[in-house]
Design a binder for this molecule. Structure first.
Ligand code: FES
Ligand SMILES: [Fe+2]
Length: 392
């Protein structure tokens, strides 16, 4: 881990621009465990690939959702005649769901294809109430630990997955803004900020002449990415807008000088890591009872196709007993999840969807038509790091 001072000219050309369907050879969250019941078949598109999942004897398996015979999508009309198989509805080619092997063809039982052809089978890991899928060609895949948030897999970290939604924006629009300082402008009126009495500035000015300073780089082992530099910015709580002789003063919902807040922004940090993974916190302060935040917010922007990503949200909290885990689960589900999603994350979705049309234009991204200012050091640091596979 070290402090950054690099400038964006070091972005490897093409690599981020080309990652319209995300970066392969990483683990991504696919579904929540509760979404796939025993013997149930589920499908999803992820990084442009159609995947079919099935739970057999408690374990989830995943294969490419496309018959090897003539390409029929199993999910159009899935058929399972034994526990371990998926049969194509079109001509009956039947596959072992556990490894993708072609095991039977009703019209040609002695075919040489049987035993010699297999569907792509995706590695799956189920942990913390979530199903992670490996999209790529590496065998064996790298450890899941490298692709989830710091501390996520810790034994004492109780995780409550609570939201998954398809968002109409390319995944990079969301990743570019993950915990980027100046998008706090969209959160200035959010209910969550008011509930927490969070002295959230609506703008942040870089303190240093070099705005690329201050990020903490994580270059592995473990997740690769960077920690933002909230502590290295000058927060803006009040700003006068003037135009043609008319003025208006913009004010944050809470100004720390006049309204002591629940937790200063400097105590909250956001860590953005590959492949599309944010941890931000601590959150969850309870202003009335003087409790400081101890929850971590996790989110992912999982590429679906060129114009959509799946926005997945979970929260975690360190616990030392089952009772504490139950209490955390209860609090997350009954209070924080609703407030957080309705009163905060919805603004992020609006921002990301509202930017999609521009990024749909050929040549818009990245750097050709955008007009970036020095406040965009965050965006460019992320792009540089992502383009270099986490090498910073
Ligand atoms: S397309 Fe699947 S069996 Fe023919
Ligand atoms: Fe946000």
């Amino acid at each position: 881990m070290r402090k950054s001072n690099k400038k964006p000219v070091e972005i490897k050309p093409g690599a981020y621009e080309d990652a319209i369907l995300g970066f392969r050879n990483h683990w991504y969250p696919a579904l929540f465990s509760a979404d796939v019941r025993e013997t149930e078949v589920k499908t999803l598109k992820i990084l442009g690939e159609d995947v079919l999942l099935k739970r057999v004897d408690g374990q989830v398996y995943a294969v490419r959702d496309e018959c090897l015979h003539r390409g029929f999508k199993f999910s159009t009309k899935p058929e399972c005649f034994t526990k371990n198989t998926i049969t194509c509805w079109f001509h009956g080619f039947t596959y072992n769901i556990k490894n993708g092997d072609l095991v039977a063809i009703p019209s040609d039982p002695d075919s040489k294809l049987i035993g010699n052809r297999k569907l792509h089978s995706y590695p799956i890991q189920e942990t913390k109430g979530m199903l992670f899928i490996f999209i790529g060609d590496m065998s064996p895949p790298p450890p899941l630990l490298d692709d989830v948030q710091f501390g996520f897999l810790d034994e004492d970290n109780h995780v409550a997955p609570f939201h998954s939604e398809e968002v109409h924006s390319n995944w990079r629009i969301a990743a570019d803004s993950a915990s980027e300082f100046n998008h706090t402008f969209i959160h200035k009126e959010d209910e969550l900020v008011k509930y927490w009495k969070q002295p959230l500035p609506f703008a942040e000015k870089p303190k240093s002449d070099n705005p690329y300073e201050g990020f903490i780089l994580h270059e592995g082992p473990g997740p690769k990415g960077f920690t933002d530099a909230f502590s290295d910015v000058i927060p803006v709580f009040e700003f006068k807008i003037e135009c043609d002789g008319e003025t208006n003063t913009l004010r944050s919902a809470f100004n720390p000088q006049t309204d002591p807040g629940s937790m200063p922004l400097q105590d909250v940090e956001g860590i953005l890591t590959l492949p599309c993974t944010l941890r931000i916190g601590p959150w969850g302060a309870e202003p009335e009872s003087g409790i400081t935040g101890s929850y971590m917010h996790y989110e992912w922007y999982v590429p679906i196709d060129e114009t959509h990503h799946r926005y997945i949200i979970a929260w975690g909290k360190k616990v030392s007993s089952e009772g504490e885990a139950l209490k955390a689960e209860h609090d997350i589900r009954t209070r924080w999840s609703y407030l957080e999603y309705e009163g905060f994350n919805k603004s992020d979705i609006l921002a990301n969807e509202g930017s999609q049309a521009a990024y749909d234009e050929p040549g818009y991204a990245y750097g050709e038509k955008e007009n970036l200012s020095r406040i965009d050091a965050y965006v460019l640091t992320w792009r540089r790091m992502a383009a270099n596979g986490g090498e910073t």
